[in-house]
Design a protein around this ligand. Structure first.
Ligand SMILES: C[S@@+](CC[C@H](N)C(=O)[O-])C[C@H]1O[C@@H](n2cnc3c(N)ncnc32)[C@H](O)[C@@H]1O
Length: 231
């Protein structure tokens, strides 16, 4: 996709995240904040949100844009899954760091990470019961969002659940846009409303879309939205 006019460069975003996580003090802070240990900072109410998907030990779970595996590690700590949990991220650097994060608590057999973009999931049709994605969709423009949602619908079995959360488009989120610009993050940085995301989910073939109460996020203190879509 990279470099094609009219298409976003998904790998460029992954490269920037890789640089942020790899060097100096910023790297240390990022590796903590996005780790299992740092979930309370940027994904404060993650347990409450995850409970909306009613995940069971038999579920085959995919985390899309898994970063360094924070959510998957938290899930594996609480639930004795019968299938390995899977995570994909467009950043090879983050997947490498994630492998170390998974090895630390001895979860190598229970969580598998691989590099893949949100628009091309390297999995068979109906391979999952649950797909999660948190704080990723802002990196997709409308075309890529449509493609990614179709991919999620394809890899979910009928009746499978897609739980997503992200910054919500609102006046209070404008600060994020400017900080993304200043940080050098490649575009897009596109926040959306619940209605916009719900429409895109229905267009991708999801039968039922319900809003999930997010609770309070500590940092950054801007509104999030969460949706549970059923295929
Ligand atoms: C803000 S981090 C969120 C990480 C984790 N999901 C969390 O909530 O802590 C965004 C992640 O999305 C990944 N990402 C961005 N664009 C992506 C794409 N097109 N496909 C797959 N992953 C992507 C980035 O590499 C990064 O790891």
């Amino acid at each position: 996709m990279g470099g094609n006019p009219g298409h976003i460069d998904e790998t460029a975003v992954g490269k920037t995240y890789g640089e942020w996580f790899s060097h100096g003090l910023r790297g240390m802070v990022m590796r903590y904040v996005f780790s299992r240990r740092g979930l309370w900072v940027i994904n404060t109410p993650y347990r409450r949100i995850l409970s909306a998907a009613s995940i069971t030990p038999q579920d085959r779970v995919l985390d899309l844009g898994c970063g360094i595996g924070n959510i998957l590690i938290a899930l594996a700590e609480r639930i004795a899954f019968t299938h390995p949990l899977l995570g994909v991220d467009v950043s090879p650097d983050l997947i490498r760091i994630g492998e170390r994060e998974i090895a630390r608590p001895g979860l190598r057999d229970r969580i598998r990470l691989q590099v893949a973009p949100a628009t091309r999931l390297p999995f068979d049709d109906e391979a999952f019961d649950v797909v999660l994605t948190s704080h990723v969709l802002k990196h997709l423009d409308d075309d890529a969002l449509r493609t990614s949602f179709r991919e999620v619908a394809r890899v979910l079995r009928p009746g499978g659940r897609f739980l997503l959360w992200e910054f919500e488009k609102s006046a209070r989120s404008a600060i994020l846009f400017w900080s993304a610009r200043l940080s050098g993050l490649p575009p897009p940085f596109q926040l959306r409303t619940i209605a916009q995301l719900s429409d895109a989910l229905r267009l991708a073939g999801f039968q039922r879309v319900v809003r999930v109460d997010t609770g309070v996020f500590l940092i950054p203190p801007v509104p999030r939205l969460a949706l549970l879509a059923t295929r």
